[in-house]
Design a protein. Structure first.
Ligand code: NAP
Length: 252
């Protein structure tokens, strides 16, 4: 059964490509009006076009989620142009991988700023509206790397932080009828995993094959595999689920 998001407004960060783009399209197909948010407004043209072609409604907003003033402006624009904010998906992300001894302070700070401060910023602003309307669905993107991944001390710490952040917000916001959950993807084929292959000097098809063969379900994930789970958490069908992190990784 497809989830029904009609009458709802969704704010999806990192929506220009990869997983975020697919989430934006999936929520829009379910009837949500979508604020597609990414660093550069121009980069969102493909997402908005795909949504329009599917008969949905979307606006593009350029915003660096690590900057509170930009998040405030983006949420304000969403409310002004789409009439509210009911679903928030914290998907924007970056990697700055390196072994600890080579990792710079800038690489550490930047990863923390986008993943953790970014989610803090959007949640703080969006929940002003959600608490008032006594309705909200927040879905945060964690990662299998939260369990540890060589070369990703910054990223795995941030993604583990997202799990604690998610369960804490669930405790604080439950009384306002706001559900807060996280999805922890395994290997999903996107520009992010392509850049990881390039960094370790492996052909991207070989990199993908190796990941698939280490996965019980025998394949790597696609953005739609994550978008479907995000849609479940964003829907009223998961109304009694909060504070959870669901690993979506083919059983790896
Ligand atoms: P992606 O293809 O790199 O897309 C991420 C998007 O976020 C990009 O459009 C990027 O813009 C944008 N972004 C980066 N910094 C931002 C900022 N400060 N403000 C707003 N937008 C920003 O990544 P993906 O693979 O789809 O990953 C999406 C999410 O899933 C991330 O949180 C990632 O950590 C998580 N995840 C991915 C995988 C995977 O295997 N792909 C696995 C586990 C978790 P630019 O391109 O301009 O930087």
């Amino acid at each position: 059964m497809a989830h029904d998001f009609s009458g709802k407004v969704a704010f999806v960060t990192g929506a220009a490509q990869g997983i975020g783009k697919e989430i934006a399209i999936t929520l829009a197909k379910g009837g949500a009006a979508v604020a597609a948010v990414d660093l550069k407004e121009d980069s969102l043209a493909g997402t908005v076009e795909a949504i329009n072609l599917a008969g949905g409604k979307a606006i593009a907003i350029g915003c660096d989620v690590s900057k509170m003033d930009q998040v405030e402006a983006a949420v304000q624009k969403t409310v002004d142009e789409l009439g509210g904010i009911h679903i928030l998906v914290n998907n924007a992300g970056i990697i700055r991988d390196n072994l600890l001894f080579k990792m710079t302070e800038e690489d550490w700070d930047m990863v923390m700023a986008v993943h953790l401060r970014g989610a803090f910023n959007t949640c703080k602003v969006a929940t002003k509206y959600m608490t008032e309307q006594k309705y909200g669905k927040i879905v945060n993107l964690s990662s299998r790397s939260a369990l540890g991944n060589r070369g990703q001390a910054n990223y795995s710490a941030a993604k583990a932080g997202i799990i604690g952040f998610t369960s804490t917000l669930a405790l604080e916001l439950g009384k306002f009828n706001i559900n807060v959950n996280a999805v922890a993807p395994g290997y999903i084929e996107t520009p992010m995993t392509d850049s990881t292959a390039a960094r370790v000097g492996v052909d991207k098809e070989d990199f993908k094959k190796a990941a698939a063969s280490a996965t019980p379900l025998g394949r790597v994930g696609q953005p739609i595999d994550i978008a479907n789970v995000v849609a479940f958490f964003a829907s009223d069908e998961s109304g009694f689920v909060t504070g959870q992190t669901l690993h979506v990784n083919g059983g790896r």
